[in-house]
Design a protein around this ligand. Structure first.
Ligand code: AHM
Ligand code: MG
Length: 336
């Protein structure tokens, strides 16, 4: 088998399609290197004394208790990306405000956003977790980056990806020309392309939702799930299977591999809080990847990539994956 490394892929993309300027290539290489370091820390588990919560008082901006690995991963990404000269600023799910590049380093033209370790509830139980990232261009003429500069709709992303730390460590990437996957060769320390064009089937018999919230769901979600659960004798005329890892990276990775629909809807608990997932760090990068693989992603009514963000840490309802299912549940919302 001819092995194509991440570096070779990026250079060839740059040559053939001109979609990856040199600075963006450098940025992606640095992020992917940071993911290797995080993968290593994750893999050590209790031996590296990296499990558990950081300390009793440590909460992130969302009011969630931070795990040691959340903080370690955040620091790894910040340190790796500060000095390369390709970024103007970063923003993270784990930090209240944006992180401008320190004055001692040159300022580049990109903005990097990340969820350093997604699936925090799975860290201590040895279940797949991951890193999600999104890259935007800084607005032209920007001098000192502010939060406002990050508030661009997801369709303006120039790259997005995730690394999933599971039985294998896999990096999934899009720069707007399809979706490629790279598996970490742990002995060589290199990313090797293992899928050059991921495609999500339009139809599926598998869905993912946290069903413990069923009593809070809005009617369009209940209607859709009831239909799936009615199985072969119901309206859909076939059985559907359910999977829920509770790490978005792992659930999305399964969908990218064999299809499915992933849902984290808004519900009746708190009308001012639309869903759990964050638009800028989770929904946008995943929506970009899913669309590039032939799938669809909506908030129940609108395309996620068209949402104009109002806040850095904004939450959003998410329905993504196999196109025909996403369109169906979206139509139920729009009829209601
Ligand atoms: P996190 O970023 O704090 O880890 O939260 C996001 C995670 C997603 O990965 C996952 O889909 C979801 O939260 C699971 O939520 P729940 O615990 O309600 O099932
Ligand atoms: Mg997350």
């Amino acid at each position: 088998m001819k092995r194509i490394s991440l570096t070779q892929h990026l250079i060839e993309e740059q040559r053939q399609h001109n979609t990856i300027p040199a600075e963006l290539r450098l940025l992606i290489e640095v992020v992917s290197r940071a993911c290797k370091t995080i993968s290593h820390a994750v893999g050590k588990g209790a031996l590296g004394e990296v499990l558990g919560t950081s300390d009793a008082s440590s909460e992130n901006i969302q009011g969630e208790i931070q795990k040691k690995l959340d903080i370690i991963s955040n620091d790894i990404l910040l340190e790796a990306n500060e000095w390369g000269g390709h970024l103007a600023a970063m923003a993270s799910e784990e930090m209240e405000s944006i992180h401008p590049i320190p004055n001692r380093y040159p300022m580049g033209e990109y903005l990097l956003l990340f969820d350093p370790l997604d699936g925090s509830s799975n860290i201590d139980v040895n279940v797949s977790i991951g890193t999600i990232f999104s890259v935007l261009k800084a607005p032209p003429g920007m001098a000192n980056p502010t939060e406002q500069d990050f508030l661009q709709p997801g369709r303006q992303q120039v790259a997005a990806g995730y690394a999933v730390y599971g039985p294998q460590t896999v990096l999934v990437l899009t720069t707007g020309n399809g979706v490629q996957s790279f598996t970490l060769d742990r002995e060589m320390g290199s990313w090797v392309m293992t899928d050059s064009r991921a495609q999500i089937p339009e139809d599926t018999k598998e869905y993912a939702i946290n069903a413990s919230n069923a009593r809070h769901w809005h009617p369009p979600v209940s209607r859709y799930i009831d239909e799936l659960q009615a199985g072969v004798t119901g309206e859909r005329g076939r059985d559907f299977n359910m999977r829920w890892v509770a790490s978005m990276v792992a659930d999305v990775h399964r969908i990218l591999t064999r299809g499915g629909i992933f849902m984290y809807p808004a519900d009746a608990r708190d009308p001012g809080k639309p869903g759990k997932l964050r638009l800028m760090y989770e929904a946008n990068p995943m929506a970009f990847i899913v669309e590039q693989a032939g799938g669809a992603a909506t908030d129940g009514r609108h395309r996620i990539l068209d949402i104009q963000p109002e806040k850095l840490h904004q939450r959003v309802a998410v329905f993504l994956g196999s196109k025909n299912e996403v369109e169906r549940v979206t139509s139920y919302h729009n009829e209601a």
